[in-house]
Design a protein around this ligand. Structure first.
Ligand code: FEO
Length: 168
């Protein structure tokens, strides 16, 4: 049975994962209309992944005797300046998500909730991959700079990039 304080933090994480999904979806829309088709594909797929992260938490709470609430989520907006700006925002966002997951794990350790701690380890591995991928993309975009033909090629490459499920 989940302790109430742990359930509350997991619920909070549900909201963060849901918001992440919305954020990536908004970024995908921006990339799509700006002609970055590869980036759009990457971001649409990532929005789905974030929804899966949310769902995984919802099911965990419900299976452990809690009752998850589906969050209402504000619109993330739609205006971005550049592809570099998008990926810098992604990195900043994912660093905050990682901190929030670390907080849950600290609470699990305090409360000796080894089951939830074990469950959250998947998220830790996922965050490491997500942060690393965002850093790699930012580095490549920095190298490309204002070279539009390289940017065009890199955009194509982006469609094939994804974050692998750490369990795979
Ligand atoms: Fe599921 Fe990108 O955090």
């Amino acid at each position: 049975m989940l302790k109430q304080n742990i359930e509350e933090q997991l619920q909070n994480q549900i909201e963060k994962e849901g918001s992440s999904s919305q954020l990536y979806l908004a970024m995908a829309c921006w990339a799509d209309v700006k002609g970055f088709k590869g980036a759009a594909e990457f971001l649409y797929a990532h929005a789905d992944e974030e929804r899966e992260h949310m769902l995984k938490l919802i099911k965990f709470i419900n299976e452990r005797g809690g009752h998850a609430t589906v969050p209402s989520l504000p619109s993330p907006g739609k205006d971005y300046q550049s592809l570099m700006g998008v990926f810098k925002s992604i990195l900043e966002h994912e660093i905050l998500v990682t901190e929030s997951i670390n907080d849950i794990i600290s609470l699990c350790l305090e409360e000796k909730d080894h089951t939830t701690n074990n469950f959250m380890q998947w998220y830790i591995a996922e965050q490491m991959e997500e942060e690393e991928l965002a850093r790699t993309i930012i580095d490549k975009l920095e190298m490309i700079g204002s070279d539009t033909s390289s940017l065009y090629l890199f955009d194509k490459e982006l469609s094939g990039l994804s974050i692998h499920d750490p369990a795979e």
